[in-house]
Design a protein around this ligand. Structure first.
Ligand code: SF4
Ligand code: SF4
Length: 102
C-alpha cells in the first residue's frame, strides 16, 4: 500500500507535505508532487498537512482519482526528490480558491 498525490496538487505545490515525510518519498515537477510507492511507509503524516486535500491512502482513493496511483508510480522514476519546503507556485492561491479551500 502507499499514499497517492492527486489532481488537487496540480498548480498548488504547497509542499507542506514534504516537511513531515520521514522517508523523503516525494518527487516533484514544475506543477505538482508525486509519492514513490516503493518508499512510502504508509504513515499518513502528510495527509492533514495538505491544504487542498490532494493526498489519499491508496485504499481510500475515490474511483475518479484511481488513475493517479499509476501516475505517481510512473512520474517518480524521472523526477528529483523534494524533501524541503518550497514557496508555493504563483498559481497556488488561485487554484486553492477554485477548489473551494480558500
Ligand atoms: S501539501 Fe498538498 S498541494 Fe502541497 S505539494 Fe503536498 S500534496 Fe501538493
Ligand atoms: S504516508 Fe508517510 S511515508 Fe508516505 S508520503 Fe506520506 S508522510 Fe511520506
Amino acid at each position: 500500500m502507499t499514499f497517492v498525490v492527486t489532481s488537487n496538487c496540480d498548480g498548488c505545490r504547497f509542499t507542506d507535505c514534504v516537511a513531515v515525510c520521514p522517508v523523503d518519498c516525494f518527487h516533484g515537477d514544475d506543477v505538482m508532487l508525486y509519492i514513490d510507492p516503493d518508499i512510502c511507509i504508509d504513515c499518513g503524516a502528510c495527509v492533514p498537512e495538505c491544504p487542498v486535500e490532494a493526498i489519499f491512502d491508496e485504499g481510500a482513493l475515490p474511483d475518479d482519482l484511481s488513475v493517479w496511483l499509476s501516475i505517481n508510480e510512473q512520474r517518480v522514476r524521472h523526477l528529483p526528490v523534494v524533501n524541503a519546503r518550497q514557496e508555493p507556485l504563483a498559481s497556488a492561491e488561485e487554484a486553492a480558491r477554485r477548489l473551494g479551500f480558500l
